[in-house]
Design a protein around this ligand. Structure first.
Ligand SMILES: [Zn+2]
Length: 533
């Protein structure tokens, strides 16, 4: 079905004076029978659908359009359906923004036009690099809107946001959401800030579409901005955990090969979480010790790298090369097009979930070792803290691959040699801090030297300590020792995933069954058109 609501189809042609001032159209909303309906024409049942009809103007021609709003089951009365199709009326009248439009209508239109197109990436699909925002960003906006904004503001008019009493009501609402002694279950300041930003986004489009003269959430404080975020909402409640190099390597040495490879990579190269798991073997040149960052993987979708400077080549230290070599030899998914951290459960089609990996395989071990609560961000944070000791600000931005670097340096591309030189200084510092014995200890094998290691479960997958005679043989023998337990674990992970899937299906069926038996007789909810009118 063509989309009658796309802005282009509704914008009238410039030429021709006939339709320049178009009247406001209300459109019509009627229930329509479906194939499964067996009743008479003028009655309605839960299967019937509400249809909104309006005119669209294309190439100076008036064209009838219709759009299904939802079933009668979803919207039992005409009023319910009318409320739900407010955004369609807004779309049909882009030239005549009405004063009486509600926030609910604005939200529906915003989701339809802005959010949904960014979310139309299938699971495992690739996000369009020209999308207005990323999949996870759109998903966040939609979540904030549904969870917080709709319940509070849906029945207000958009034009209410021109009134000072509503501005202060909005400010009070935002501060009431925050965690405080009176409200211990409230939200973290950062989350409130995100809700504020989402409201600002909505209002931006309200201004753009002509429903509001200015955005009360934007502009300078005390100037054009009418609504301020609660004080102190930029503060983080918990500081991100920061590990010393010694701590990260203590952690790494207790992990089994797959996690060790991922964590080592994160600890030496400070990638964004989504970038580590967006890696394919073809992006790694282990002989030249270079990695090319060019994509991320988030919420089951492949995303283009965050900014231009973040899509670039970076050198890899010897420590990472070695652990990746081991991992390459051990993983069943090691062809160039395979994901480096492929999910075994999904048969290598997607990378393993990074939150899953850190939650079930890294955090428990960190806890046992008495380390702070680690997240993927901790490694980026920790290495950058170390970098502050030995390299300059601009050089740190090169290492972090931040967006600003390119503009500051006049769009010059930083050469790989320069990056190697900077990274070399950083890594030297890291090795100094680690001390020589630590290096030997993590360099190879994950040989166990820690005193408390025998109590750790993860050790089951580890090779016992061996004194490596040379790097090459060390890698080889480590692979041999790792393969058996790895395959056993692969089998275990596959089986538990199948079991989990089966449980989800069983539970869903149970819920469905109970819903069917408890649902009231649909005939009772039947109403005729006459009654409604
Ligand atoms: Zn029907």
């Amino acid at each position: 079905m063509s989309s009658p609501n796309s802005p282009s189809s509704l914008v009238p042609p410039v030429s021709g004076t006939k339709n320049r001032h178009r009247r406001y159209q209300e459109g019509s909303l009627v229930p329509e029978r479906r194939k499964e309906c067996s009743h008479e024409r003028r009655t309605r049942c839960p299967h019937c659908v509400w249809v909104y009809r309006f005119f669209a103007y294309i190439d100076a021609k008036k064209i009838r359009r219709k759009k299904i709003v939802g079933t009668v089951e979803e919207f039992p009365t005409k009023d319910d359906a009318k409320r739900a199709c407010e955004h369609l009326r807004m779309s049909a009248n882009t030239e005549n923004p009405q004063r009486k439009t509600t926030i609910r209508g604005l939200i529906d239109l915003y989701i339809e036009r802005i959010v949904r197109p960014c979310m139309s990436v299938p699971l495992g699909g690739v996000q369009d690099p020209n999308a207005r925002m990323g999949y996870s960003c759109a998903n966040n906006y939609r979540g904030q809107i549904r969870r917080w904004i709709i319940p509070r503001w849906k029945d207000y008019l958009i034009s209410d946001f021109e009134r000072p009493e509503i501005w202060s009501a909005a400010e009070d609402w935002l501060s009431s959401l925050r965690r405080s002694p009176e409200n211990p279950t409230g939200l973290a300041p950062k989350t409130v800030r995100v809700i504020f930003a989402t409201m600002g986004q909505l209002m931006k489009f309200a201004v753009r579409w002509g429903y509001l003269s200015q955005n009360p959430f934007a502009g300078k404080q005390g100037g054009e901005r009418r609504i301020d975020p609660p004080r102190g909402s930029t503060k983080r409640l918990h500081k991100a955990a920061q590990l010393t190099p010694g701590q990260s390597f203590q952690l790494v040495s207790h992990l089994s090969l797959r996690e060790r490879a991922a964590v080592t990579f994160a600890a030496w190269l400070e990638p964004r979480g989504s970038e580590t798991f967006g890696l394919k073997w073809q992006d790694l040149d282990l002989t030249a010790a270079v990695v090319r960052f060019q994509r991320g993987f988030d919420l089951g979708r492949e995303t283009p790298g965050k900014t231009d400077p973040s899509n670039t080549d970076m050198p890899i230290p010897e420590e990472v090369v070695q652990v990746l070599r081991e991992w390459h030899a051990a993983t069943p998914y090691n062809r160039p097009g395979d994901w480096v951290f492929a999910s075994w459960v999904k048969k290598g089609k997607v990378p393993i979930g990074r939150y899953h990996l850190i939650r079930w395989y890294v955090q428990p071990i960190a806890k046992k070792l008495g380390l702070p609560h680690v997240t993927w961000y901790s490694f980026r944070h920790s290495l950058n803290a170390l970098a502050k000791e030995c390299i300059g600000k601009e050089e740190r931005q090169i290492m972090l691959r931040h967006g600003r670097t390119a503009t500051e340096e006049g769009y010059g591309v930083v050469s790989l040699e320069r990056k190697q030189e900077i990274a070399g200084r950083l890594w030297t510092r890291m090795r100094e801090r680690l001390g020589d014995d630590m290096i030997r200890f993590t360099n190879l094998l994950g040989g166990m030297t820690g005193d408390d290691s025998p109590e750790l479960e993860a050790d089951a997958n580890h090779s016992p300590a061996t004194e490596p005679s040379s790097d090459r043989t060390a890698v080889e023998c480590s692979v041999e020792q790792n393969r058996e337990p790895m395959l056993a674990r692969l089998e275990h992970e596959r089986r538990s995933a199948t079991a989990r899937k089966a449980w989800v299906t069983i539970r869903a069926n149970r819920v469905k069954k109970s819903a069917v038996t408890s649902r009231s007789d649909p005939i009772l909810t039947l109403r005729t058109n006459k009654e409604i009118a």
